[in-house]
Design a protein around this ligand. Structure first.
Ligand SMILES: Nc1ncnc2c1ncn2[C@@H]1O[C@H](COP(=O)(O)OP(=O)(O)O)[C@@H](O)[C@H]1O
Ligand SMILES: [Mg+2]
Length: 365
């Protein structure tokens, strides 16, 4: 395959896959340049692995086109078989060959057994800190070490694209962040284009240059982790990344009145039901001061009083639940470090206008 310098490494256009009359992947389009890690993020069953299998070539799309470096590998007229796509694969269970040593596993995808192969295997084993385990067999390794063998094996033939399907989910939670960081370092070092599938937003935010948020077969939002977190496209996208609080309101004029004052909600017709969404760490809290309450800025809007129902210490943060006096609703605030007011304590809450998201209501309570 010759490469066109301006083409993305991987380009997927209008991909569609139907099972039993049901579209499981629908109109999926994206591209990944060399050296970039893109995470396909979404709940279980939304079509992530199916998308990956189509790109790998182990399954064929019902419509759409896949190009590598500008050359079609799959469209109406062409179909390049998986082994000729120069695409590496890494799965959750690592799928190491139990009867091959670590070095033989890593060498598996390399042609011939010459000096080049030995050099590449040696280089990769060094990079994943497994040189001294070169002659060991997979069963003698820890989960983290097996993961590194699988990664080295997938990268050995210098694939143009590496597809990773939930590659950390089989590992001990305590080890995962360290392994994610090491993996990312190696991926960046190798400069391949990576599509990593995960259902964990934390993982996507830690690994991705770009996130593709998938839901029911479609990509509903794409962008840098910062953008997805801070400008979610809808209420469900906001809720995918953290707990949320939702205030209900109804548009009057270009405003939606709430116990926290009026919110600007332009572009929605009068009577539209509105969800005002705010993450727990963005609620502003102030003390009661014998009922006098805080002095809010214009950004803070109107304070409303709540009574502490429960406060829990979670390590990095404390989670405080308030029952609002005005309507009995419950709001959750996350406060850094230790903040454990006693149940029954009155406090004031404010919703900063630059921290909340306004969406038409989705019907859920
Ligand atoms: N070979 C298949 N035949 C029928 N249905 C399938 C097949 N593969 C996947 N599905 C269905 O497609 C949907 C998406 O599956 P999948 O892509 O594995 O989701 P994810 O990886 O996001 O969890 C699921 O409802 C799954 O049951
Ligand atoms: Mg899957």
């Amino acid at each position: 395959m010759s490469s066109t310098p301006l083409s993305p490494r991987l380009e997927v256009q209008n991909l569609r896959r139907v099972f039993d009359g049901q579209a499981v992947v629908e109109d999926v389009s994206f591209s990944i340049p060399a050296g970039q890690v893109t995470c396909l993020l979404g709940p279980s069953g939304c079509g992530k692995s199916t998308t990956l299998r189509l790109i790998a070539g182990v399954d064929r799309p019902d419509a759409g086109r896949i190009c590598v470096d500008g050359m079609p590998i799959c469209d109406e007229t062409s179909y390049v078989p998986p082994e000729r796509r120069a695409i590496g694969l890494m799965f959750q269970d690592f799928a190491l060959f139990p009867h091959l040593s670590v070095a033989e596993n890593v060498a598996f995808g390399l042609k011939g057994g010459g000096a080049n192969t030995r050099a590449r295997v040696g280089e990769l084993l060094e990079k994943v800190h497994l040189s001294r385990h070169a002659q060991s067999y997979p069963h003698a390794l820890s989960g983290g070490e097996q993961q590194r063998v699988a990664l080295a094996r997938a990268l050995a033939p210098r694939p143009r694209i590496l597809l990773m399907d939930e590659p950390f989910s089989g590992l001990d939670e305590r080890l995962r962040d360290g392994i994610r960081d090491e993996t990312l370092g190696l991926l960046k070092d190798e400069g391949t284009a990576v599509l990593l599938v995960t259902h964990e937003p934390h993982e996507a935010m830690r690994m991705a240059d770009e996130i593709l948020l998938m839901r029911a077969g479609r990509i509903v939002q794409r962008g840098a982790p910062y953008n997805l977190y801070n400008a979610p496209v809808d209420r469900a996208a906001a809720a995918f990344f953290s707990d949320i609080n939702v205030l209900k309101g109804r548009v009057r004029g270009a405003l939606t009145p709430t116990p926290f004052g009026d919110f600007l909600t332009p572009g929605h017709p009068d009577g539209t039901e509105i969800d005002i969404v705010i993450r727990p760490q963005h609620l502003k809290i102030d003390f009661d001061r014998a009922g006098r309450g805080p002095n809010p800025t214009a950004q803070d809007g109107t304070p409303a009083r709540g009574i502490v129902e429960r406060a829990r210490f979670l390590g990095r943060e404390s989670l405080v639940e308030f029952r609002m006096e005005v309507d009995g609703s419950v709001l959750r605030a996350s406060v850094p470090n230790v903040f454990l007011p006693k149940p029954g304590t009155p406090m004031w809450l404010m919703i900063r206008r630059d921290r909340c998201f306004v969406f038409p209501a989705t019907g859920r309570a």
